[in-house]
Design a binder for this molecule. Structure first.
Ligand code: HMH
Length: 207
């Protein structure tokens, strides 16, 4: 039987690339260039808009026992979108800009996930949230102004939320066919690759 932990164990190197990146290392050191940080911030806002739509579609596919956590996640996303708008305003950033190619690719992929069965969607949701939870948590405390960003996804309540998502994905996988297991693994791999490219976008412009 496939579990989230098995995916992490099997794809260690890929997952490290998704969660350990010079972008985060430079936030931790306080040496990230504002233009790079701002590129990430704007593109992540655009991503989170589409991610919120994904979570809404996952709610539609989920068993009622999973509603509490998913509705909690949607509520947190409401706060997060408003927080992104505040952060962008503080930095005089224009959020009505176009998505760079990596961001667009990731958003397109979110649409593909919801065409698959619920166990695959549950694995996808867990992996996307775990990437940010670990990514922002692993470097340890960050200096201002990045501490606030690290804390948003690295805080213990968010870690707990990701654990619940893992349990839900595992329970959905219990009755999954081999085909569905393979789809879940493929989605996990693609998310790991897209997360790595997303960090990289801050440096390359995502072209
Ligand atoms: C690219 N992955 C990306 N952005 C996010 N905000 C999350 C995951 C988690 O919310």
């Amino acid at each position: 039987m496939l579990t989230c932990q098995k995916l992490l164990n099997k794809h260690t190197e890929l997952w490290q690339k998704a969660t350990i990146h010079p972008f985060l290392g430079q936030c931790k050191l306080g040496t990230i260039q504002p233009i790079q940080f701002n590129t990430w911030l704007v593109q992540d806002y655009l991503f989170v808009v589409e991610f919120t739509r994904l979570v809404a579609r996952i709610l539609n596919a989920a068993p009622v026992q999973h509603f509490d956590s998913i509705l909690g996640g949607l509520n947190a996303l409401k706060d997060e979108l408003n927080w992104f708008r505040d952060k962008a305003a503080e930095r005089n950033l224009d959020l009505s800009t176009i998505k760079q190619s990596t961001c667009q690719e990731y958003c397109n992929f979110l649409l593909e996930i919801t065409e698959m069965s619920y166990p695959v969607q549950a694995v996808g949701l867990w992996a996307i949230e775990l990437a940010y939870n670990q990514g922002w948590q692993l470097p340890g405390p960050m200096p201002e102004p990045y501490a606030e960003f690290a804390n948003r996804w690295g805080n213990v309540a968010f870690t707990e939320y990701v654990r619940i998502l893992e349990k839900q994905a595992d329970s959905a996988l219990e009755t999954a066919s081999e085909t569905v297991e393979q789809q879940a693994e493929s989605v996990f791999i693609q998310i790991a690759q897209l997360e790595n490219s997303f960090w990289q976008m801050a440096f390359t412009g995502g072209q």
